[in-house]
Design a protein around this ligand. Structure first.
Ligand code: NAD
Length: 296
């Protein structure tokens, strides 16, 4: 693998996690943010996360110091010009991502691979903001939250990605300690393609009165060994985010199983967004003891 230097765009929830794992894995990492405050927030989050690994005894104090020495932040896009790969984790907005890729394209070396961590946008639509040469070196690298803990990365190829660039991105995922699954540029990739209809179905069966919130969650937790039930999971992900992804997937495939059920729409309209708003399928007034709400 010829990747040594990694540029990360965005030091939010995902970008800071990706930067952390890349630096722990021995790569030189430069993280770009929109301003010093956002950069400071992201990098201090990494420092805190690394300290927790040291406290748990899974990372030595020397390894933490070496990791932080490999990790640098910047607010100047020019500082990413030397990167062998750029992993982009900025806000989920196609226009902003395209604008950013177009600027980076003219700054970066010919060999630089561009990788997006998008959950729902088309890699192909992003890649066309760059030159045809770069388009062949454009992939998706979809990590999971929290990146330091979650072992999976979906590596996504488009219909024009060249084999060598794709193999490099896959090798990088492995070098970052993740299990790589290979997939192609269709909305939702593997995980959301299977997970989103499952969550929507759980809402549909609740809506039709098949069972209570708690019984649906317990059935899937205890009957299938899932770590949490689908309605708890929907609250955790955020009902607005769940509906947003469902809508994008429905638009792509035009299949009923991706259509947002009326109850989900009404909950979002009512501001019941799940854990983050305090109410969803459960009331989180006491976050440790969620109380199921009666919604039909
Ligand atoms: N949150 C998740 O669970 C999750 C999981 C997988 C993938 N993703 C994807 O990762 C991406 C980032 O999501 P997030 O949850 O980390 O968002 P976030 O809001 O936590 O972070 C985004 C960061 O990008 C920065 N930013 C915005 N525009 C920028 C620019 N032009 N240049 C540099 N930085 C810029 C913002 O200041 C912010 O800090 C999105 O594409 C999202 O779909 C999110």
């Amino acid at each position: 693998m010829s990747i040594n230097k990694i540029g990360v765009l965005g030091a939010g929830l995902m970008g800071s996690g990706i930067a952390q794992v890349a630096a722990v894995s021995g790569f030189e990492v430069k993280v770009l943010e929109v301003n010093e405050a956002a950069l400071h927030k992201g990098l201090s989050g990494v420092e805190k996360s690394l300290s927790r690994f040291v406290e748990k005894g899974t990372l030595s104090a020397e390894a933490k110091a070496a990791t932080l020495a490999r990790l640098n932040g910047t607010t100047r896009m020019e500082d990413l010009a030397e990167s062998d790969i750029i992993i982009e984790a900025i806000i989920e907005n196609l226009d902003i991502k395209r604008e950013t890729y177009a600027k980076l394209d003219s700054l970066c070396a010919d060999h630089t691979i561009f990788a997006s961590n998008t959950s729902s946008l088309s890699i192909t639509e992003m890649m066309t903001a760059t030159t045809p040469e770069r388009q062949r070196r454009f992939v998706g690298m979809h990590f999971f939250n929290p990146v330091p803990m979650m072992k999976l990365v979906e590596v996504v190829r488009t219909i024009v990605t060249d084999d060598e660039a794709y193999a490099e991105a896959c090798a990088l995922g492995t070098a970052m300690g993740k299990t790589v699954v290979q997939t192609s540029d269709k909305t939702g990739f593997i995980v959301n393609r299977l997970l989103v209809p499952y969550m929507l179905d759980a809402i549909r069966v609740y809506e039709e009165g098949l069972a209570s919130t708690v019984d649906i969650d317990n059935a899937m937790k205890l009957g299938c060994g899932y770590p949490m039930g689908p309605l708890t999971l929907s609250d955790f992900v955020g009902l607005d985010t769940t509906m947003y992804i469902a809508n994008i997937m429905f638009d792509e495939f035009k299949e009923k199983r991706f259509a947002a059920p009326p109850l989900l729409k009404r909950m979002v309209q009512a501001g019941m967004l799940g854990r983050k708003s305090g109410r969803g399928f459960y009331d989180y007034s006491d976050p440790k003891n969620p109380v199921p709400l009666k919604l039909n």
